[in-house]
Design a protein around this ligand. Structure first.
Ligand code: NAD
Ligand code: IPM
Ligand code: MN
Length: 358
């Protein structure tokens, strides 16, 4: 049986890292006897917007709904399309429309990547950020009043539902229960945000009672951010609301050395809808077009996609190939400039593909 994968490269370095993601997936498919059937789409990009006046065709749900997974690069080109138009019109539609309520973002220190926390050993940083992905601070409830006057006011409500919180907590607790350390950290801000965040804490406490084997702690987001830098080894599974999860999943990988390697899985765990796999980073207009973007975030996202599709061995083999190439260091491997190397996107992608091919 073949897996149908919708491929959307998006904008900027999305188009440069996607070919490397696909190169590695094709080798994995060959090596592990997996049938992958890729179909490319040009929508969900700012070029498509310039031609059609919208980010997605009206029938995008039907077009994409039948795929087994969506493989996305990065979207956004703020010079021509405002971010709230491009992102709300594409990625955030997929996350909500396909109820991908989990955003799973691993953060792991890797061999050969020098962290600003360099005295830590590879493997010392090894945690997951589990981000609520469909509600919270990212809501469309609100508005602008008295526009253009001195009394202009804007309001955007935070929405937290019991179902929405409980389902992401359940996923995070299950993940913590499967990991050796059985530890879960909750990101809160109940000292300052006095209605939604105490409710979040209440639901965490309730869920904790059903997972007696998982050790639970919580930190306010400000000191949690500080502790990511000061004590990254404390963390195993970190669960947070949509905005807190967003921030922590850039900060975590930055502590390991670069956000260019960070992958993410937008998951609908029930499988009612296709899940979406994309790097954590954006379209990086500052380096786009130069062929120097790190393709590892895209390639590792491909590994997460294969794991999700039931091919754990193939996913693990890709991550092993990434680690083997990184371990060789910038003298031997064509590492990209964010890894202090002189390699290109393509050369690093090829090196990983060759390592995987064996
Ligand atoms: P960004 O992640 O695109 O870039 C931030 C910094 O990290 C830049 O200096 C960039 O050069 C660097 N960087 C990012 N990925 C890299 C890689 N693979 N290799 C080497 N360096 C890398 O964030 P931004 O600049 O805030 O946003 C740019 C655009 O991307 C905006 O339109 C934004 O809305 C969009 N964006 C999209 C996504 C997504 O599609 N999931 C995520 C974040 C931002
Ligand atoms: C991410 C991105 C998106 C988010 C933006 C671009 C809307 O930062 O996937 O982390 O905030 O979710
Ligand atoms: Mn982000």
């Amino acid at each position: 049986m073949s897996h149908k994968i919708a491929v959307m490269a998006g904008d900027g370095i999305g188009r440069e890292v996607m070919p490397e993601g696909l190169r590695v997936l094709k080798i994995a498919a060959e090596r592990f006897g997996i049938a992958l059937d890729f179909k490319h789409f040009d929508f969900a990009s700012c070029d498509y917007y310039r031609e059609h006046g919208k980010m997605l065709p009206d029938d995008w749900r039907d077009t994409l709904g039948g795929f087994d997974a969506l493989f996305y690069g990065a979207v956004g080109w703020p010079d021509t399309v405002p971010d709230h138009v491009s992102l709300w019109g594409s990625l955030l539609q997929f996350r909500r429309g396909f109820d991908q309520y989990i955003n799973l973002r691993p953060c792991r220190s890797m061999p050969g990547i020098k962290s600003p926390l360099a005295d830590r050993q590879p493997g010392d940083i090894d945690f997951y950020v589990v981000r609520e992905n469909t509600e919270g601070e990212y809501s469309s409830i609100g508005g602008r009043m008295f526009e253009g006057t001195e009394r202009e006011v804007v309001i955007q409500e935070t929405v937290m539902s019991r179902i929405g919180i409980d389902r992401v907590l359940k996923y995070a607790f299950e993940l913590a229960a499967r990991r050796p350390r059985h530890k879960l950290t909750s990101a809160t801000k109940s000292n300052g945000i006095s209605i939604t965040m105490p409710y979040w804490d209440e639901r965490v406490a309730a869920m904790a009672r059903t997972y007696p084997d998982v050790t639970v702690d919580k930190f306010h987001i400000d000191i949690l951010a500080a502790n990511f830098v000061l004590h990254p080894d404390w963390f195993d599974v970190v669960v947070g609301s949509n905005l807190f999860g967003d921030i922590l999943s850039d900060l975590g990988p930055a502590c390991t050395g670069t956000i260019g390697v960070a992958p993410s899985a937008n998951i609908n765990p029930e499988g009612h809808f296709p899940s979406l796999f994309e790097p954590v980073h954006g379209s990086a207009p500052d380096i786009a077009g130069r062929g120097i973007a790190n393709p590892i975030g895209q390639i590792w996202s491909g590994a997460m996609m294969l794991e999700h599709l039931g091919h754990e061995d193939a996913g693990r083999a890709i991550v092993d190939a990434i680690e083997a190439v990184l371990a060789a260091g910038p003298q031997q491997a064509p590492l990209t400039p964010d890894l202090k190397g002189k390699g290109s996107t393509e050369a690093l992608g090829k090196a990983i593909a060759e390592k995987l091919a064996g």
